[in-house]
Write a protein that binds this ligand. Structure first.
Ligand code: 5GP
Ligand code: MN
Length: 337
């Protein structure tokens, strides 16, 4: 973002405008954390802001300050439509293509104002008047921190904002261990702790609130793990029936795919999860090193993301999706050695 654009935004925020902040569908810690941090930050201006999530977010995020104010588009269609129609500015956070927000995109066809994108995924679309896109960033939360600094407002970072930003950076970096974690990320984290983020409490609130069902679902997932040593690849499957057996709730499978990557020598790990609501299989892909799961997901599974973490979907059965996946591997043998 240029200095001129920052000045324009400062001017706009100091008038009583309406702002809508949107995370991607199936929002994760970074999406919700960045939206809420921005929401708390904008409250300090004259503008009125609202967070509209395309659909529900996981229970393990529901303690974050401000989650009770989030409008769920799928459930509160009228309220969401009203807010979007009367908005002057729309922030899109942690995604870069309007195809990632489902029905919200249709309502946005009535929106005549400007978009601001803050995002760290690859290949951004060009719908935004103001684009802050940087694929080297650990998380959108780190970028929202930078954005607040660019606005000259480091002193406006409250404990609430620090807590939301810390949560998103922690969850998107696998607790500061993915290669996207830089010394700059750690400096931001240090600042957020100084501003009141309680690192240990946040860690407990996110990771140590599993239900027995969730742990047993993990047991089931690990039993289903298949290793393909020829391709340094592992995959996990979870069927609708297995999810039902353990009373699956949104967010329960978060992080399961990483257990595959923890096997020695593994470069490519996936989890295939049969959706209980839609006729699709949701796929999470992770890799180590240069193998791009972003490219793989875009090419074969209607998805995308980052080099080492991406998502996708398939509209054929779970069994056929796995068959299709296994049949693709020989073409990638060299890259996976
Ligand atoms: P997850 O596997 O946790 O759902 O997603 C991993 C990463 O890929 C996240 O950064 C997520 O935002 C991104 N991602 C997931 N699904 C999609 C998709 O369909 N398209 C794109 N472009 N990114 C995705
Ligand atoms: Mn993110």
């Amino acid at each position: 973002m240029t200095t001129l654009e920052i000045q324009e935004l400062k001017d706009r925020f100091s008038t009583p405008i309406k702002v809508v902040i949107i995370p991607h569908k199936n929002p994760d810690g970074d999406a919700i954390g960045s939206c809420l941090a921005l929401y708390h930050y904008l409250k300090q201006y004259q503008c009125e802001s609202e967070v509209i999530a395309p659909n529900e977010f996981p229970d393990f995020l529901k303690w974050l300050p401000g989650t009770d104010q989030i409008i769920i588009y799928e459930k509160q269609l009228d309220q969401a439509t009203q807010s979007i129609k009367s908005a002057d500015l729309v922030f899109t956070l942690d995604f870069n293509s309007l195809s990632r927000i489902n029905g919200v995109a249709e309502t946005l066809e009535h929106f005549k104002g400007d978009y601001i994108m803050i995002d760290h995924h690859q290949s951004p679309d060009s719908y935004a008047k103001y684009t802050y896109s940087d694929t080297t960033m650990s998380s959108t939360c780190e970028m929202v921190y930078n954005f607040i600094l660019m606005m000259g407002n480091g002193q406006k970072i409250t404990q609430e904002i620090a807590t939301c930003l810390y949560t998103g950076i922690m969850t998107d970096t696998g607790s500061f261990r993915f290669p996207s974690t830089t010394s700059a990320t750690h400096r931001v984290i240090a600042e957020l702790i100084d501003k009141g983020a309680n690192n240990s409490e946040i860690h407990n609130a996110i990771y140590d609130t599993s239900s027995l069902d969730k742990l047993q679902l993990l047991g089931c997932a690990l039993k289903n793990l298949v290793q393909l040593p020829e391709y340094n690849t592992v995959y996990i499957t979870l069927s609708k029936q297995e999810l039902a057996q353990y009373n699956f709730k949104k967010g329960d499978t978060e992080g399961f795919v990483n257990y595959g990557l923890s096997l020695k020598g593994i470069k490519f790990a996936l989890i295939f999860i049969e959706s209980q609501q839609e006729e699709i299989v949701k796929i999470s892909l992770r890799s180590k090193g240069d193998f791009s799961v972003n490219d793989f997901a875009r090419l074969h599974f209607n998805g995308g993301g980052h080099t080492n973490a991406a998502g996708g979907r398939s509209t054929i059965s779970l069994e056929d999706t796995v068959k299709k996946f296994v049949s693709l591997l020989p073409d990638y043998k060299d890259q996976l050695q």
